[in-house]
Ligand binder design. Structure first.
Ligand code: CAA
Length: 695
């Protein structure tokens, strides 16, 4: 018996208790322990077996760290079959999250009981695979095809009450899993309950699986696993026998296991958990946070204030005038109303937040007692410096002074105070109460406990926090400015914005860069270009004017109904604006460029390569600590398709020599732009990957 499963006999009932913290993942020791325990229970003449998990959860799934490695027996599918075939009455008692292989073990059990706050689900598609231990065969038999497809193709977590309604659970009862499981098993024995293996249930009625496959593929923007899972459920309905359906499930599972998408999604899973693990913060206590100050209540400031309120923090918002403060409050109220609508907040909690947790102010003195203040004013160094000088004079000692700047030099901002060690960048993404990313930007003098406080705040706000260093644009916006410029260069050279958007949505982005510009507002990019030109651009750098021309005509994208696309009122997707191509052609003519054809493939390669190259510079310079920090930034802040794992993972999967070779080739036409990152060259020379730097 392995230590991962504790065996105990309780009258006629053998108890198999999983003890494999933190989440009782079904690694090889757990699987062996379950098999040994079952055999022992049968040999010792037990009449029933109770399976449950100690600690925070029933099995939360297969052990993801074993994926891609040689299988160690027993495999999970065979174990589930063995559990189902046992002559004993097997009861599973669920708590925490019974996910993936965990739910599959439960479905192979004869009876299932759960505590009320347990959640169940088959989230495998989110890891690029499908339930591979009978889940796609057993769940449709138990819950019907429609409910099973709904769960399997989205991976959603289902609460115990709903699972009871769907027939997946037999009973929901409060109590410790061991106790409720034992009493349920005892009751079943006393009433002479029969075994009822799911594999003996009739095959469920089929639906139009081709239509379901197409719909799921479209919704997943090219993600394969949910669509392939539809085919596995189809086999549950159409295969000759349960065993034949299982064999089909296995075949599809193994196919998916080999895909780059599986590798990308599992990389994303571990990367998003690794970003907050910073060795230098291990023993550092964050400062306490109760009361937050906000300077500026525009879209960004109001969004940040909303996020703080939703996390239970008290907020004082400072604006220039009573009218502006009132308008900020209106924005916050609208955001909170959205949270009520989405069921995230009750109406009474909404009212309480606005009435008791939010204060408005027009004088800096109101920020004297805040524990942390976030400045979210106009993106102008002089304005920011003035704000920080004021904060320096009113805020209490030990208050964290944070700026939400997206580009500016935080060292300079810190220098306008006499307490640079308290100054940090907290870069939120708009809308700040929705977007999951927080860049915690550490300046030269930022104190470690201030950094720890930034991460603690991120956790409290339920955000994914990534550590970045100071440079123009930090991790995300610095990389963005390069791949965005690459898209503009391709337009100058002959691709249309519409072709570029289409090629990149084909790659998996939710929107292409030009549609994104329309959404964000073309005036934002215009202001940035003006700022950069004013600083004096390198004469070798390529510039373009077609987007400026749209702005000069008053077209700022969605908010004015016209940009690269034309939007009918209230519509969020538009049709290509016919005025755009003539503007581009004028720009090409003025620069003496003869346009050429681009394939969608070349567009994707160039765009991605520009992204990876700048990202490699960002890692090489230590702005991002590890490649995975870049991956998570792009995944959570820039709509990067998760199934590629992030740009660095994409580069590893593509092969770094190919990426470097492309840059060197393209440098022949534009040596200024395609200047490769030294880190890329070094990794290629050493035969290493970006992932090697993550370890
Ligand atoms: N395998 C290995 N490690 C896992 C794991 C798994 N299935 N699930 C979680 N962990 C690890 C995490 O990496 C993390 O490790 P570190 O502390 O070293 O970072 C630790 O367990 C705790 O996880 P979280 O920080 O995520 O804790 P949480 O409480 O926020 O969430 C959870 C818990 C809901 C279970 C979440 O971890 C989760 O969603 N896990 C994945 C569940 C899943 O996808 N299961 C299906 C696996 S695939 C499968 O089962 C295939 C099959 O059909 C054969």
């Amino acid at each position: 018996m392995t230590q991962a499963i504790r065996y105990e006999k309780h009258g006629d009932i053998a108890v198999l208790a999983a003890q494999n913290p933190p989440v009782n993942a079904l690694g090889v020791d757990v699987r062996r322990g379950l098999l040994d325990g079952l055999e022992r229970a049968e040999a010792e003449g037990a009449k029933a077996v109770l399976i449950y998990g100690e600690g925070r959860t029933y099995f939360a799934g297969a052990d993801i760290r074993e994926f891609g490695k040689p299988l160690q027996e027993p495999g999970l599918p065979a174990l589930c079959d063995r559990i189902e075939a046992s002559p004993l009455l097997i009861v599973s008692a669920l708590h925490g999250t019974a996910l993936g292989g965990g739910l599959e073990v439960a479905l192979a059990s004869q009876y299932r009981i759960a505590v009320p706050n347990a959640k169940i689900g088959l989230p495998e598609v989110n890891l690029g695979i499908l339930p591979g231990a009978g889940g796609t065969q057993r769940l449709p038999r138990v819950a019907g095809v429609e409910a099973a497809l709904g769960m399997i193709t989205t991976g959603r977590h289902v609460r115990a009450a709903e699972a009871l309604d769907l027939g997946i659970l037999d009973r929901v009862q409060d109590g410790a899993p061991r106790e409720i499981g034992l009493s349920y098993a005892q009751e079943l024995l006393e009433e002479g309950a029969q075994r009822r293996p799911v594999c003996d249930m009739p095959a469920p009625d089929p639906i139009d699986f081709d239509a379901a496959y197409d719909a799921v593929l479209k919704k997943g923007r090219g993600q394969l696993s949910p669509a392939v899972a539809v085919r596995a459920v189809q086999a549950a309905c159409e295969a000759e026998s349960f065993a034949a359906g299982q064999a089909r499930e296995r075949e599809l599972f193994l196919d998916l296991m080999e895909t780059d998408q599986r590798k990308g999604l599992i990389h994303a899973f571990f990367a998003e958990r690794a970003v907050a693990k910073l060795p230098e913060l291990e023993d550092i206590e964050p400062r306490e946070l109760h009361h937050i100050g906000l300077v500026g209540g525009g879209t960004m400031g109001a969004g940040i204030a909303t996020a703080m309120l939703l996390a239970g923090l008290q907020v004082t918002l400072l604006e220039m005038s009573a009218e502006a403060a009132h308008a900020a409050k209106e924005r916050i109220a609208t955001n909170l109303a959205g949270a009520v609508k989405r069921g995230k907040l009750s109406q009474s909690a909404h009212d309480d937040l606005l009435r008791n947790q939010l204060a408005l102010a027009t004088e800096y003195d109101a920020l004297a007692t805040v524990d942390l203040v976030v400045e979210a004013v106009f993106e102008d160094m002089e304005v920011k410096k003035q704000v920080f000088a004021q904060l320096n004079s009113v805020c209490k000692p030990g208050a964290v002074l944070a700026t939400n700047t997206s580009y500016l030099d935080i060292n300079q901002i810190a220098a306008s105070t006499s307490r640079a060690s308290d100054v940090i960048g907290l870069h939120f993404f708009s809308p700040a109460h929705v977007m999951k990313l927080l860049e915690v930007v550490v300046a030269d003098k930022t104190a470690p406990d201030v950094v720890a406080t930034g991460f603690a705040l991120g956790r409290r706000l339920k955000k994914i926090s990534v550590r970045g260093g100071v440079c123009d644009g930090f991790i995300g916006n610095r990389i963005l400015s390069q791949y965005r410029a690459c898209a503009d260069h391709m337009v100058l050279d002959g691709a249309s914005p519409f072709q570029i958007d289409k090629a990149l949505t084909g790659f998996g982005f939710a929107m292409g860069p030009f549609a994104v510009s329309d959404l964000a507002g073309l005036d934002i990019g215009w202001a940035t270009r003006k700022r950069k030109r004013a600083l004096g651009m390198d004469p070798r750098a390529r510039d373009s004017t077609f987007a400026d021309a749209l702005c000069e005509a008053g077209h700022f994208g969605q908010k004015t109904g016209r940009g690269f696309y034309v939007y009918e009122s209230g519509q969020r997707s538009g049709t290509p604006n016919p005025d755009v191509m003539p503007l581009i052609e004028a720009d090409r003519a003025a620069q003496g460029i003869t346009s050429r054809e681009f394939s969608d493939e070349e567009i994707v390669q160039r765009y991605m390569t520009a992204m990876v190259n700048e990202a490699a510079k960002v890692v090489g310079e230590g702005i991002a600590r590890r490649p995975l920090d870049v991956d998570v930034t792009l995944l959570y802040g820039y709509g990067f398709p998760r199934y590629w794992g992030g740009p660095m993972k994409w580069a590893d999967l593509t092969g770094l020599p190919e990426v470097l070779g492309n840059i060197q080739n393209w440098a022949k036409e534009d040596a200024y732009f395609w200047h490769h990152a030294p880190l890329l060259e070094q990794l290629v020379a050493e035969g290493r990957s970006f992932d090697d730097l993550n370890a």
